[in-house]
Design a protein around this ligand. Sequence first.
Ligand code: SF4
Length: 232
Amino acid sequence: GGLAELDAHLVRCRACPRLVEWREQVGAHPRAAFRDQEYWARPVPGFGPADAALAVVGLAPAAHGGNRTGRMFTGDASGDFLFAALHEVGLASQPTAMHPGDGLELYGVRVTAPVHCAPPANKPTPAERHTCRPWLAAEFGLLGPGLRAVVVLGAFGWQALLPVLGDAGWEPPRPRPAFGHGVQLALPATERRQPLHLLGSYHPSQRNTFTGRLTSGMLVEVLTRAAALAGL
Ligand code: SF4
C-alpha cells in the first residue's frame, strides 16, 4: 500500500485516549467564527505528493486549524505563515490555506507532523509522541525513495523525528544533535536509503511569529536552502 492507503488507516486511529477526547470535544464546541462548520475532529494526515523530495515536519494539528479543516497546517495563523513562505520559495501554488478544496497544491513537498491529533495546549505528552511514532515512521518509509531533505519546525519535531528516521532506514547521529534555528546536517546513505539533509527552523507558532523570534525571512531562508538540497 502507498501513502493514500496509510492515510486511510491513520484517520481511524484512536490509540491516544486523551487526544481522542480532546479532538472530539473541540469539534463539538466550535469557535464562534466557525459555528456553521463541521469539524474534522480526527487524526490529520500529511499533506502533499507521495513523491515529495522535501518533507516539512511540524508538531501537531491545531485545535481550530487542522483539527477543524482536516488538512495539516490549514486554517490557522501558523499555517498561513508557513504556506506564505512555501509560496515565496515556489513550493506552493498559492500563499494561503483555507480548507481542502481551496486549490492549494504543494510542489515536491509533503507537510506532516509527529503527532496527528490536536493536543490540549498544543502540548502532546512523550507517551503520545511515542504512540504516534509508527505512523510517521511508515510515512517516511513510503516517502523514502525520493526524499532528499527535511525541514523540522521546532524542538519537539526534532526530538520526535530522529528516532523515526532510524525506523525508516537511516542512521541518525548519536548523541542526537541539538536543535536550533538554521541547524543543518546530513545523514549518510545506508543500504536502504540515500543521503538525507536535515534542517531546523523555529516553529511558526504565534508565540514565535508575534514576538519576531521567527520572521518570514528566517523561514524563507531555511526553506530556500532545503529546496536547493532537495533538488527542487
Ligand atoms: Fe493515533 Fe497518533 Fe492520534 Fe494518537 S496522536 S490517536 S497515535 S493518530
